[in-house]
Ligand binder design. Structure first.
Ligand SMILES: Nc1ncnc2c1ncn2[C@@H]1O[C@H](COP(=O)(O)OP(=O)(O)OP(=O)(O)O)[C@@H](O)[C@H]1O
Length: 217
């Protein structure tokens, strides 16, 4: 079966810093939920950002949805198909209300206002967040913002989910709810998480990012 995402021999360094990724390779096949672990600063978020072209490797190949991706136009297409939930919700949510934040992606994809609002209602209610629709985004708690970022990404109906520390700031009940939601979703996922219990529940495969390379988890 062809892979959804295939990173091969990825090298990356931030300007004037030692290399973070030194030949990392990772493949995501359909229906897989791959968990990535690694110590703080190992480069896990960096790797996710490379998948969607927010950062460009100095060497290596990014193949996504059957095509090699090199230039911004290629990655624009990837970002429509691969939804990244950022580690920090404040990097993702920027509209006054929850409904506007969740509608932003669908509107950007060309949906009408009515279509986008239908999607907002459907996605928020599927996550049991119907009551959040008209809340002021910046007044939500950290855990509430995290769930709303997931809603904003799901509203774009991505084929792949890239989740960066999705359980950060979630209490036990909401973590259990997130696990249920993720297990019910059809999308393949790459999940970065320090939360062992969460990884054990969610992952179909685990890998480790160590010394800039992906090794078995
Ligand atoms: N914009 C940047 N400029 C310079 N260095 C950066 C930048 N962003 C990240 N780094 C550094 O690159 C390394 C990898 O960061 P990254 O956030 O990918 O690690 P991580 O594995 O996701 O860490 P954590 O588990 O703490 O979230 C770290 O040493 C970090 O300090």
């Amino acid at each position: 079966m062809s892979s959804l995402i295939e990173l091969t021999d990825i090298h990356f360094a931030y300007p004037a810093c030692p290399p973070v990724l030194k030949g990392a390779s990772l493949r995501l096949d359909g229906k897989e939920r791959v968990c990535v672990v690694g110590h703080n600063g190992a480069g896990k978020s960096t790797l996710l950002h490379i998948v969607v072209g927010l950062l460009r490797p100095s060497r290596g190949r990014v193949v996504a949805f059957g095509q090699e991706r090199r230039i911004e136009a290629d990655f624009l297409a990837v970002r429509r198909l691969a939804g990244l939930v950022f580690q920090d919700p404040d990097d993702q949510l920027f509209c006054p209300t929850v409904a506007e934040d969740v509608a932003f992606g669908p509107l950007n994809l060309g949906k009408s206002k009515d279509e986008a609002m239908d999607i907002v209602d459907r996605v928020l209610s599927s996550l049991d967040l119907g009551g959040f629709r008209d809340r002021i985004t910046h007044k939500l708690s950290g855990g509430e913002k995290r769930l709303v970022t997931l809603a904003a990404v799901l509203a774009m109906e991505p084929k792949v989910l890239l989740l960066d520390e999705p359980t950060n700031a979630l209490d036990e009940d909401n973590e259990a709810r997130l696990i249920e939601i993720l297990l019910s979703l059809p999308q393949a996922m790459i999940v970065v998480s320090h939360d062992t219990q969460f990884r054990e529940r969610i992952g179909s495969r685990a890998v480790r990012l160590a010394d800039g390379e992906i090794v078995p988890g």
